[in-house]
Design a binder for this molecule. Structure first.
Ligand code: TPP
Ligand code: MG
Length: 892
């Protein structure tokens, strides 16, 4: 390489620089690091004041953050912990390999755990505190694809049997199996949090840590030093949810939160940043966001090299190498590493001249060195004032040798040959017999072996096992009967929207002596939209800092009141963050043993449609609580348009098994549903949650018809029967939510103008009717000799007469979905298609769901049955002023 000649002025410059560096070294030696840091800060300020440009970087060199001199000593028995880790590794490998021998393609991942093993094990042996009677415990989100390692450890702890391990990914086998990934629904006594839909656990962890503080600040639990740990993959950080909320964590000074990013530089297909540096990229993002960032890149073997690196040459060289190349070093020889890392500069080559190629090849990564990991964890738990992220460099597929270590295919690997197994056993010093290797048998030393004794002792010290899930809350005691009586009797002509009615109920619940303090209202910057601003003053907006300013509207009655014990979680414009708070609050009955009752109210279009996967995660987590879809329906939100008008969410609610979805029209229906919900979730302990749509269209609320309670909850009841039961022309009209009143108007017009006697039903929940229908059919399928059961919907309509017409503010699919349990065909009106910016009136015409179309559909159905003439229907089209040339809303 050509050497650029140094010109004389540069010599002076270099000398000057060296003098400064030497003085700085003296300051560090004599005054200490803190003083040195202060001086740098002051010099920086001075430079800026003099107009000197100060280069900005959020990065530090590609080195470990914790200097060797500051590294806390490892407080365990490293040798025995290595043995334990090897045992866990072996059993995790055995689980996956055995499962795939028995059932080809059953899947499983070994390479993720291969990389994360040390990061987990140091946590299990020294840091993760269990939940116990007198300590709430740490909350740990474990990287989902590493589940085999967690099971393998639980097997060694004696918490899972070999049979269960044998049935990994075979949950339906007799004796029970183990779910592929962390799943509280399927393994409710083991897993607390579902983590495998990538990107969700980081954001859930952030809001969990904040919710823990909220509980403390509101006096619902005593303050503790419990931590929230989240283990994530480096590839996972590409998910927008992973990094999307990190500024909340620093803004809230969540020093109870620790992220550990398993930086194996690989994701599923290949390198995370082949041409760049994922660790540096993440460091800049987290440091920029105000996190305490600890890089654990190099193992202890590197320390002597760094000690020689007084000029920073090695650090500089290591920072130049891109991740794709680092990955190559894993599969290459020591000679290759010597050539590609060190040969560019004779001074670098000299540093490693006493190292053999083999030694170079074996230089360890920081994330595989328990000493480095321990020191990082210790620094993280002791750090005050901000959350910590640990970026730990690891190797994907560690231990699989040539069969998988660092290879691009390693993520999917689940079969390994005997040679690899033997090599694996030797490498980790396992005393496994040849026949056990061939069989890939599970291996657990006896209870009195030093390994098992040691791991049990560690867990005892930390209060028990992790992970472990237990329902720790007591049911609510019976509350004052008729909390909502005032909502059952109608509004006496006063026009109110169902949203206003709901807010009234929320206010009532907030004042309830038992429940009041447990209510957690959550809003993503929409409180005013839903008329909830009166709650600002009533219960305050939660702010960990209180209110450091005098609000601009201080002199008004409903001023923007932030308070340390504020009850409302005003999340700002983040549905993902808000639902994460909902999950934390809705699972606090098990995480904390506190029955918090979340009410998350949001624009309905930005709920199930926007954060469906988090809502699915809420179900997995066995969450309880209420989701309120506000300004719901495609035609109730006048003047809005495509993005806001929701005709979809009730269809999107359909697949979530534990979600009870309701589209009520009246205040008493909502009151009935919420009362029942509280009873089922918080007294009877059912792990379900509710989705209720509420609207902003004001109208008079009727009083509750007697005998309607059961129907409201089961999904339908006859709200207003026809006047003229003797008419020959009969119809049954089904209306829901916003469109029920259109059905009522159609009822009147049909009777007055066309002599049709129609009953009007309020269908509060197509989902409930659907679930009841399929459950009933299943029972009948399995009990052929018994009297068939009749779905609730069929029971309701048995004995009714006339044609059937259903109309809602959601997709036509709703009524079609349950039509098979109706006695006759049904005409379904709904709002399929893109929304429009228009008035309610015009929208209902456009989507063909107003009273005119309900009346027309009724007459058309009667024509189909031969009960009226085509000419009458034709005339009705004219009379009802229906334009047949109008665009089809489905495609327009
Ligand atoms: C939302 C989501 N998308 C895709 C996947 C499928 N998937 C599982 S693991 C994986 C790669 C993980 O890479 P990384 O986060 O780096 O974890 P590692 O296994 O390398 O530790 C992918 C794409 C998933 N589980 N979730
Ligand atoms: Mg990775």
């Amino acid at each position: 390489m050509a050497v650029r000649p140094i010109i004389p002025s540069e010599v002076d410059e270099l000398e000057e620089i060296w003098e400064w560096i030497e003085s700085f070294d003296t300051v560090v030696e004599q005054g200490g690091r803190d003083l040195a840091s202060k001086i740098l800060q002051e010099i920086r300020n001075r430079a800026l004041a003099c107009g000197v440009q100060v280069p900005f970087t959020a990065n530090t060199p590609y080195l470990n953050t914790i200097h060797l001199s500051q590294q806390a000593p490892f407080e365990g028995d490293q040798e025995i912990e290595r043995k334990i880790k090897s045992l866990v590794r072996w059993n995790a490998l055995a689980m996956v390999v055995r499962a795939n021998r028995v059932e080809h393609n059953i899947g499983g991942h070994i390479s993720t755990y291969g990389s994360v093993a040390t990061l987990f094990e140091v946590g299990f042996n020294h840091f993760f505190r269990a939940r116990s009677e007198d300590f709430e415990g740490d909350t740990v989100y474990l990287q989902g694809h590493a589940a085999p390692g967690v099971y393998a450890r639980a097997f060694l702890e004696g918490r899972l049997t070999a049979q269960q391990l044998e049935n990994f990914r075979r949950e339906l086998k007799s004796g029970g199996g183990l779910s592929s990934y962390p799943h509280p629904w399927l393994m409710p006594e083991f897993w607390e949090f579902p983590t495998v839909s990538m990107g969700l656990s980081p954001i859930m962890a952030i809001y969990q840590a904040r919710f823990n503080r909220y509980l403390e600040d509101r006096g619902l639990k005593p303050p503790t030093d419990a931590k929230v740990w989240a283990f994530l993959g480096d590839g996972e950080t590409d998910e927008p949810e992973t990094l999307g909320a990190i500024t909340l964590a620093s803004r809230e000074h969540l020093d109870n939160l620790i992220f550990v990013v398993n930086c194996n530089l690989q994701r599923l297909d290949g390198p995370v940043r082949g041409n760049g540096h994922i660790i540096q990229e993440l460091e800049a993002a987290f440091r920029g966001a105000g996190w305490n960032c600890i890089k654990v890149i190099w193992g202890s073997d590197w320390d002597p090299l760094f000690e020689q690196d007084v000029d920073g040459l090695l650090a500089k060289r290591l920072g130049e190498i891109v991740d794709g190349e680092y990955q190559k070093f894993i599969v290459e020889s020591g000679a290759y590493i010597r050539e590609h890392v060190f040969s560019g500069d004779p001074r670098l080559l000299k540093m490693v001249e006493s190292y053999t190629d083999e030694q170079l090849q074996k230089l360890r990564q920081g994330g595989h060195d328990p000493k480095k990991v321990y020191a990082a964890y210790k620094a993280a738990v002791e750090h005050k004032g901000s959350p910590t992220v640990i970026l730990a460099r690891t190797i994907k597929g560690y231990g699989l040798g040539e069969a998988g270590e660092g290879r691009n295919v390693t993520h999917q690997q689940k079969k390994v040959d005997e040679d690899t197994l033997r090599h694996f056993g030797e490498r980790f010093g396992l005393k496994i017999r040849e026949d056990q290797i061939a069989e890939v048998s599970f291996y657990r030393p006896s209870d009195d072996s030093p390994e098992i004794q040691y791991m049990q002792k560690c867990r005892r010290k930390l209060g028990g096992y992790v992970p472990q899930r237990r329902v720790r809350s007591m049911p609510l005691s019976a509350h004052e009967e008729n909390l909502f009586t005032e909502f059952l009797t109608g509004s006496e002509g006063r026009e109110v929207s169902t949203t206003m009615a709901f807010v009234g109920m929320l206010r009532k619940m907030l004042r309830d002596p038992e429940m009041g303090k447990l209510i957690v209202p959550i809003v993503p910057d929409e409180a005013r939209t839903f008329g909830m601003e009166s709650l600002f003053r009533l219960v305050g907006i939660y702010s960990s800092q209180g209110q450091l300013y005098e609000p601009v509207d201080m002199n008004t009655l409903l001023y923007y009141k932030e308070a340390k014990d504020g009850q409302i979680l005003e999340e700002g414009i983040t549905e993902a963050g808000s639902i994460s708070s909902f999950i934390a609050a809705g699972s606090a009955y098990s995480t904390h043993g506190i029955n918090t009752i979340p009410f998350f109210i949001f624009y309905s279009m930005f709920g199930l449609q926007r954060v469906a996967d988090l809502i699915w995660a809420a179900a997995d987590t066995r969450c309880r609580g209420f989701l309120l879809g506000g300004t719901a329906g495609r035609t109730t939100l006048a003047g809005e348009g495509l993005q806001h008008q929701d005709g979809n969410s009730h269809i999107l609610a359909l697949p979530v098994p534990t979600l009870q979805a309701y589209d009520p029209a009246f205040a008493y229906e909502i009151a009935t549903i919420i009362e029942e919900g509280i009873d089922r979730m918080y007294r009877k302990g059912e792990s379900i949650f509710y989705y209720i749509t509420v609207m902003n269209e004001p109208y008079a609320m009727p009083s509750m018809p007697s005998g309607s309670r059961e129907g409201i909850l089961k999904g339908m009841y006859r709200f207003r029967p026809a006047n003229n039961g003797k008419s020959k022309l009969r119809a049954q009209l089904f209306g829901s939510g916003a469109i029920l009143r259109e059905a009522l108007k159609a009822q009147e017009v049909l009777e007055e103008k066309y002599g049709v006697a129609a009953d009007v039903w309020s269908v509060t929940s197509y989902k409930s009717l659907y679930m009841d229908g399929i459950e009933t059919e299943r029972w009948n399928l399995l009990h052929p000799t018994e009297k068939p059961r009749v779905p609730y919907l069929s029971q309701c309509l048995a004995g009714t007469q006339g044609v059937l017409v259903a109309a809602s503010d959601y997709l036509k699919a709703q009524a079609n979905l349950v039509s098979k349990w109706m006695p006759r065909r049904v005409a379904s009106l709904g709002t399929d298609g893109f929304g429009r910016s228009e008035s309610r009136h015009s929208l209902r015409d456009f989507f063909e769901v107003d009273w005119r179309f309900i009346a027309l559909a009724t007459l058309r159905e009667l024509l189909g049955e031969g009960r009226v003439q085509a000419a009458l229907v034709q005339r009705a089209i004219k009379d009802l002023d229906i334009r047949i040339e109008k665009p089809d809303p489905l495609t327009a």
